[in-house]
Design a protein around this ligand. Structure first.
Ligand code: GDP
Length: 440
């Protein structure tokens, strides 16, 4: 996510390193590089210029030249400014109204239908809501079908009227259906076009007026950079929407959209989409994003995700097994599955401070545990619960069965051994507290 921008900003700050004394000249030079990095990330020229002007003013106001660690202060000022640029505070969804009506707008292909599903899934599981999805695209039967597939996958009902060619009526009928059947959130997915046109705008504006949604969300593909900003402006002029959803942030986006949209339409980014799966939705926290861009990681999100996946019962079982010396490969597999639920590896590495930079040239597979899982699956149940059984002959069989190299099997055995040792140590005197700290 935003690797290029992170890289360039890091290089900009390097100018200050190695200089015994910081001068106004090299601060200016650093900020020039910061500006260039922003422009390369497809941030609008004026926004980038104002950005560095503000940082410079603050830096001079705070005597950046005489502080002990001027480099760090400058990084902090840039972080604050990035946070501000992306919206400052976190903005939640307005869930007032019964039912709450949420209207989705945006171009075709922006990820509207996918996001409608993600939002329904989020509200169902995290906010205890009973959502209804509504298909209002009267032009593409495939779009209605797609919403059904999405709804099915998350167990959320979909409302549609395939014969009705009036989206206003469909939306109104859907709200009526929701009221009669106890749904407390109605998510209306609308038809998008490939580009902004008056017909589409007329249609969505009619639907908007008729159903008076509590939340009108504009969905945009982050990969489209400045175009995203222009489209946002066009939709905002008509709908005066409440928030922006940036999708496809998992891709190789330069970051321009995330950094510019707030300044142009003055509406917050509320969520981001980070993948095609229904779980790939994140509340947007400007400060956490700024920290990630500056390579400071995002430990808060990492811990939150770990907590979400943390299963207390499972942890207790594992702890007992360690105490009894019974921790085996099946337990190891369970642990891996828990980590996997937290998200894809690239994303997780990006949340660890400094890790993105350190691992910049390392190819991280999306499924980094593939080989480990294959190896464990090739073991017999007896081998899994008693790893000491695994001798050279068995190793060769496991390697063959799992399609991995013998070195990979050896490596896993070694890692497992080290991990078991460490776990035993944590059980010993002094270790108990550490386990407690980790939630055990
Ligand atoms: P719509 O036409 O606006 O309803 O867009 P869709 O929901 O059909 O999405 C268009 C394509 O983008 C589909 O292939 C989705 O799977 C994909 N997509 C949507 N959101 C994301 C995301 O956050 N990340 C990635 N990688 N793909 C996404």
């Amino acid at each position: 996510m935003f690797d290029n921008l992170s890289d360039k900003l890091d290089k900009a700050f390097h100018i200050l390193k190695g200089h015994g004394k910081i001068t106004e000249v090299n601060v200016a030079e650093t900020l020039k590089e910061v500006r260039r990095a922003l422009l390369d990330a497809d941030v609008n020229f004026k926004i980038a210029k104002d950005f560095t002007t503000r940082v410079k003013e603050k830096a001079l106001g705070q005597d950046v030249l005489t502080t002990l660690q001027p480099g760090q202060l400058l990084v902090k000022l840039v972080k604050d400014e990035l946070t501000e640029l992306m919206g400052g505070d976190v903005a939640g969804v307005n869930l007032s109204g019964n039912p709450t009506v949420i209207l989705m707008s945006g171009l075709q292909g922006s990820g509207k239908t996918t996001f409608s599903g993600k939002l329904a899934n989020y509200l169902l599981n995290k906010k205890n809501k009973k959502p209804l999805l509504v298909a209002c695209d009267i032009y593409r039967p495939a779009a209605i079908q797609q919403l059904y597939v999405v709804g099915d996958s998350i167990g959320v009902e979909v409302y549609s009227e395939p014969e009705n060619k009036n989206p206003v009526e469909i939306a109104q009928n859907a709200i009526k259906h929701a009221k009669e059947n106890g749904f407390n959130v109605v998510i209306v997915d609308t038809a998008g076009r490939l580009a902004v046109d008056t017909e589409m705008m007329d249609e969505i504006s009619r639907v908007h007026k008729a159903i008076q949604p509590q939340e009108t969300l504009f969905v945009v593909d982050a990969m489209t950079g400045q175009d995203a900003v222009n489209t946002a402006k066009a939709f905002n002029d008509i709908l005066n929407f409440d928030g922006v959803i940036l999708t496809k942030l998992d891709g190789d986006t330069r970051g321009g959209a995330a950094l510019s949209i707030k300044s142009v339409v003055n509406k917050p980014i509320k969520f981001v989409g980070t993948g095609e799966k229904m779980e790939a939705i994140d509340v947007f926290y400007p400060i956490r994003m700024a920290e990630r861009i500056l390579g400071m990681g995002d430990v808060v999100s990492l811990v939150e995700r770990a907590q979400e996946q943390f299963d207390e019962e499972e942890a207790r079982k594992i702890q007992k097994k360690i105490a009894k010396n019974e921790f085996g490969f099946d337990d190891f597999l369970t642990q891996i599955q828990q980590v996997k639920k937290m998200g894809n590896m690239k994303d997780l590495v990006g949340m660890i401070p400094g890790a993105s930079k350190a691992m910049k040239d390392v190819e991280i597979e999306d499924d980094a545990f593939k080989h480990i899982e294959a190896i464990i699956h090739s073991m017999t149940p007896a081998e899994r619960s008693k790893p000491s059984l695994i001798d050279v002959k068995r190793k060769a069989r496991i390697s063959k069965g799992s399609g991995t190299k013998i070195e990979q099997v050896n490596q896993l055995m070694k890692q497992f051994e080290q991990m078991s040792k460490m776990m035993k140590m944590m059980q010993g005197p002094g270790g108990k507290n550490l386990m407690k700290m980790m939630g055990g």
